[in-house]
Design a protein around this ligand. Structure first.
Ligand code: CU
Length: 301
């Protein structure tokens, strides 16, 4: 279980410590109250100093505890940073019903690199996420790395996180956003810095245009009306950028594994797999066409 209590970065670790203190403190106070209750039942009326207990236990004690928690947690909460700290990797993430559009800048050329549903980051380097939404309010939440941040249309917000060990950290939209909210999953993959640089350089390259039957079918059936494949077609942004779709682990925001069968099933039966998704089902293309498209998409590494 990859949850809040297995923090893998500073922002999440603050939340983990606060949670432990709240659990332990809450339990201790609950146990104390139960002991007092038991003791009070054994006393005879008139021997308890009511006023002392009301003022001390009912006002001063909770006041002191809450004030201390307030000072401690405010000090620990990561502060909002209007600009990225030096050396940070900047990544833009836009929530869309029901997937995640992810953009990087190519450090070599400054060009934009788009991908979807998967954010790769270098271990140990601060990552400054610029987060917003295309439609309704979503919420960015990768419990092992940081707290939640709402993704609000028309408002750019920032989240600073870092991973201190390599791994794949699951994220999930945490604000109900419509029928496929549950299938709005994202993966954050923390990699060794050199591996990350190599991955980013590969993502920066356009897809190699081939005269394959798969590419021809993709264009002939106007998949590019919604999907960009850099180097092949640069049209719409209504759907995820597919330039390097073959390099991703999962399809359609965690709906299925990114295998050839998975891609074929997805294209044919979108509305059965993720009903309401903003892409039509393409059973009508027939097995052979679906197979060549699925195969070609797999070559887009
Ligand atoms: Cu959602």
């Amino acid at each position: 279980m990859a949850g809040v209590m297995q923090a893998a970065g500073d922002a999440a670790r603050a939340i983990e410590s606060i949670s432990w203190v709240l659990f332990a403190g809450g339990f201790a106070i609950f146990a104390g109250v139960m002991l007092l209750l038991a003791a009070s039942l054994r006393r005879r009326a008139g021997t308890v100093r009511t006023r002392l207990w009301i003022v001390g236990g009912g006002l001063l004690f909770p006041g002191a505890v809450l004030a201390a928690l307030y000072v401690w947690t405010v000090g620990m909460t990561p502060h909002w940073k209007p600009v990225p700290p030096p050396g940070a990797l900047v990544v833009a993430v836009t929530g869309t019903m029901w997937w995640w559009d992810v953009r990087y800048r190519d450090p070599a050329s400054g060009a934009e690199i788009r991908t979807a549903n998967e954010i790769r980051i270098p271990v140990g380097r601060p990552v400054y996420l610029a987060v917003d939404s295309n439609d309704v309010i979503h919420s960015f939440w990768v419990p092992q790395l940081a707290g939640k941040l709402d993704m609000i249309p028309g408002r750019l917000q920032h989240l600073l996180l870092s991973a201190d060990r390599p791994g794949t950290y699951r994220g999930q939209c945490a604000e109900f956003c419509g029928e496929q909210h549950a299938r709005m999953v994202l993966q954050v993959v923390a990699m060794a810095p050199a591996d990350f640089e190599a991955w980013l350089a590969a993502q920066a390259r356009p897809a190699v245009s081939t005269a394959s039957a798969g590419q021809q079918a993709f264009l002939a059936h106007r998949c590019n009306a919604c999907h960009a494949v850099r180097g092949v077609s640069e049209e719409s942004r209504l759907g995820p950028d597919l330039t390097h779709v073959g390099s991703r682990m999962q399809l359609a925001a965690g709906s299925m594994a990114n295998t050839e069968d998975g891609r074929r099933a997805w294209i044919a039966h979108v509305q059965r797999i993720k009903s309401g998704a903003r892409m039509p089902s393409y059973e009508k293309l027939g097995d052979e066409t679906l197979a060549v498209i699925a195969e070609w998409l797999g070559t887009l590494q």
